[in-house]
Design a protein around this ligand. Sequence first.
Ligand code: BGC
Ligand code: NOJ
Length: 814
Amino acid sequence: MKFGTFDDSAREYVITQPDTPLPWINYLGSEAYFGLISNTAGGYSFYKDARLRRLTRYRYNNAPLDMGGRYLYLRDNNTGTYWSPTWMPTRVDLDEYECRHGQGYTIITSQFNGIKSSARYFVPLGESLEIWQVTLTNKSASDADLSLFSAIEFCLWDANDDVTNFQRNYSIGQVEIVDDVIYHKTEYRERRDHFAYFACSEKLAGFETIREDFLGAYRGWDEPCVVETGKSVNTEAHGWQPIGSHHVKIYLKAGESKQIIFILGYQENSKDDKFDPPGSQVINKKSAKKTLEKYLQPAHADKVFEELHEYWTELLGKLQVSTPDEHTNRMVNIWNAYQCMVTFNMSRSASYFESGIGRGMGFRDSNQDLLGFVHMIPERARERILDISATQLKNGGAFHQYQPLTKRGNNDVGSGFNDDPLWLVLGVSAYVKETGDWSILDEEVQYENEAGTECPLYEHLQRAVQYTLERLGPHDLPLIGRADWNDCLNLNCFSDTPGQSFQTTTNKEGKVAESVFIAGLFMLACQEMAGIAKHRGDKVGIEKLTKASAEMEKTVWAAGWDGDWFRRAYDDFGHVLGSKENSEGRIFIEPQGMCVMAGLGVENGNALKALDSVAEHLATPHGIVLQQPAFSQYYLHLGEISSYPPGYKENAGIFCHTNPWVMIAEAVVGRGDKAFDYYQRINPSAREEISELHKCEPYVYAQMIAGKDAATHGEAKNSWLTGTAAWNYVAITQNILGIQPTFDGLQVKPVIPSAWKGFEATRSFRGVRYEISVVREGTGNSVTLEVDGKSIDGTVIPLPNKETKIVKVKAVIR
Ligand code: BGC
Ligand code: NOJ
């Protein structure tokens, strides 16, 4: 069953029923001010950091699930009937309902008793504010005497403190109400020099800033007293829970329409100009007032909305494809690219599954996120790379996470995840391939953000490679450390104490447990590094890398190959994992994908064997599970992986991030049908019809789909913020459609399904627009290219001269 439809021409997903299986959300904001918004206007906003600068409250884990948001209430003043035009929180049955999620905006339209309402929520580019553009239309035959109420609940800035430190918080809330604008200024009197404001374009009939006055004692957001009676209390909050609510009276003749704008914004003042007049306790509102004057105008709101739309047209325009498959088209052209930008902005901080108070930016996560957005905003990818690499440790290792506000490594989590540094090599090489900006490798970057430690980024990468080589175990495979990509394979943890973190508890020295996955990743990183070294004329570097990679390959065949698939690891006792010798955890997906991506077994046939084993043991109609058989109990020596009930998360869930590695591997061995089949199994759009089972949004990837051992096989969780976004984008665009940036130019080398007759694509690459047309003339994968009418050797299109803006490419597959 579906709960909506794709409107591809508008680049929107249209939800037609408010009670979706889970809140189906979207993101507002592109640079500093961000918000999450659900299909019934739930969600919250923050400035830069979801934990430290939270503007509005949201209650995770609540019943109903989605509580706290950008709420509106309409009241018919003649009958006293009231409802929420976004359905929540009153849940009054609407006569019509529709939510359109687009890139950076959401429009919720409804009709009830002849009153049509359309609320467009968005954050204009370059501003720290959100606009709610509400249009009310009286569709009935008689005049309507209405009250419109807005409602938000302010968060006292630090979202963690806000939900824990009540003894203090209940006394510190402060607001000002001036000229009908509600200012939230908790802690402004002391060390904060920022405040929030909530304004409305209309003259107010009243306002509310005390939550209990608005709701009434013991009432919830579904039946606020003030809305029920239509009578505002107009009081100023002192402590407790400050809120912002405007009350506007609107008289609409039959057929008449009116637009009302609400603005919620964030403003900083300089420390010496905080108060007006100086010496008082009154907020200096000059800048905020100026902003409001502009943005409360409907025409201006329309203009900045158009700009936002244009911005996305340009970003998405960097790659557009037209294939025989609509799910591929809409994911590549719209939603997957959009999700990549959101994961870039949010990392793993704020979603409906990440509370915004927990994690910093992951070292490995951020490097992988890069792969999916570098072609859209290369400048920001550059900045991100330099930020990440400045947190690298002097020994080549990495802080596992860093804090976005301070950009410093997170000491609480520390380091010792032995895959981490290698992802930096992949991130940097993807950036250079996309941009041709070799200068980044000469950027002087600090280690551990310490002044005086600067050295060229190239050396950072060398140390990253060296880090693995200095940490080899008894079989000469890389030591795993606290974990590799699989954060839950904690082979040195041995935790038997409830509540201990599996990722940071280390009870073993870590000198035995090894990872075959890191071996594969290492070889891939060596190849990328060798490409970089070649361009820099670093002959010694190339030699060293080639030798190290060849030795690692030997080791993998000696200790990491199980006969039909790649093994996963060796534990602290030196026992193998991911082998026929194991009764549980006999085969894992990660090393199959990663090792074949690194080219292992492509020549000797083992790659095919490994991939056939994946198909036989791990593939399900809902995607490929992480391992089999699932762990039936908690194993002290394996850690968090065995903490999950079978079929969920890392214990044999379909951990979607890993699936594209197998798609890429299938493309590497030339099996386009298999690669595409796997792509389609987890493609959210292709799963739209089973939304009741899948539960998460059909327009974005989720981190996990419950595996075949789970009671809820096929049910997705943890949508939006996952490395799945970037890797699927890479798999479909670079490996299946085969449009791949290389150091020397754009490569076109598709490995598409045998039934496809071809496809078209346009790709912007290093300032040139490539218009690509692919035609299948045979059943194989051999590709010949004609560039601007002339055949070329190979599949990499040489870079054209500077004046060329458009290059036409014809690819024939035989
Ligand atoms: C999750 C992992 C995640 C880790 C670190 C675990 O509980 O299962 O997916 O990587 O936490 O945050
Ligand atoms: C989610 C984490 O963000 C990521 O870093 C990790 O690789 C996967 N989980 C697998 O455990």
